[in-house]
Design a protein around this ligand. Structure first.
Ligand SMILES: [Zn+2]
Ligand SMILES: [Zn+2]
Length: 321
């Protein structure tokens, strides 16, 4: 199965649709991955004894929370619901702001992120999906390996999703191209800004260092793992109240609703990808949807695709009578 999967992805098309991928990722990306994925993760492991030792202040927590919210909403509202799925229209300033905010999450540049994610929706849990936990089968070991692959492994041996096939709209967008170009600068900013804030608030080098550690590295690692859990956990564990395409295994997983800003209502999302709200049922908290609602109230966004009762009812899994 995996080998045919690779073949399908790399075989160039002859006059047919554009190929799914555009070649292996470069050594530079791999080095970047090791620096920005592995190092923050090691910091996360180191964090527990460090916090225990009193090296975590409320200043670090506050700066970390602000950075988590900005970069997290940049991903969920910006990269995902807006730029990938077009669940609403945004004013130009907000479009650029969201693209910048999402880039601060260190999950790759916006065009590549969107291309990967659109490919995920086009082939959910089938051959061609860049990160399906079901890739190695449904046995215990297959799923263990698959979960690891979907969570983070795929990043390290991936074929880059073909941007000209999956994200031509973003490639044609001058503003987005500029944000893509600014990627290295924004990555530097996401690490330096919290350190600077910590240093200025406490007026000390130690304050700068602890803010760098907590609000920079730890915040990045935490957000990575929450985002990745949507790809791994939310395709395996949880409820499936809405109908999705054959083979698609997306789930609603409530424990991650708040920390993922509503993205863990992933079964509804796969059932109705352009819907601006993912937590559509009573009590399903969806912070991203609330933020979109606020933007709509102040006139920064329009044409929001809010859920409609009839549409949802049609998609709800029917219980056989
Ligand atoms: Zn998914
Ligand atoms: Zn999506």
């Amino acid at each position: 199965m995996p080998s045919t999967m690779v073949d399908q992805q790399t075989t160039p098309s002859q006059g047919g649709p554009k190929p799914l991928t555009e070649g292996r990722q470069s050594l530079g990306i791999l080095i970047g991955l090791w620096s920005f994925v592995v190092i923050p993760f090691l910091a996360l492991i180191a964090a527990v004894p460090v916090a225990w030792g009193g090296w975590l202040s409320w200043t670090d927590v506050a700066i970390g929370a602000v950075m988590y919210v900005i970069s997290g909403l940049g991903i969920t509202v910006g990269f995902h619901r807006y730029l990938t799925h077009g669940s609403f229209k945004a004013k130009r300033w907000l479009r650029i702001t969201l693209a910048i905010a999402g880039t601060l999450a260190v999950e790759g540049n916006v065009t590549q992120w969107v291309a990967d994610h659109r490919r995920h929706h086009a082939f959910s849990d089938l051959a061609g999906d860049p990160h399906s936990p079901w890739r190695f089968g449904a046995t215990f070991w297959g799923l263990t390996k698959g979960l690891l692959h979907a969570h983070v492994g795929w990043l390290f041996h991936r074929e880059l999703s073909n941007r000209s096939r999956f994200a031509p709209d973003l490639l044609a967008d001058k503003d987005i191209r500029r944000v893509d170009k600014g990627f290295p600068l924004l990555i530097a900013t996401t690490l330096i800004a919290p350190a600077a804030a910590g240093g200025l608030v406490t007026w000390s080098w130690q304050g700068a260092l602890t803010a760098f550690f907590w609000a920079g590295l730890i915040r990045i690692a935490l957000l990575h793992h929450i985002t990745w859990s949507i790809n791994s956990v939310c395709h395996v564990y949880g409820e499936r109240p809405f109908e999705v395409r054959n083979g698609d295994k997306a789930t609603n997983f409530w424990p991650l609703a708040i920390v993922s800003f509503g993205e863990s209502w992933h079964n509804l999302h796969h059932s109705d990808p352009t819907c601006a709200r993912h937590g559509v049922d009573r009590g399903q908290i969806d912070i991203s949807a609330r933020v979109i609602w606020l933007f709509e109230k102040v006139g920064a966004v329009s044409d929001v695709r809010w859920p409609k009762a009839e549409r949802l009812d049609a998609k709800r899994v029917k219980i056989a009578a």
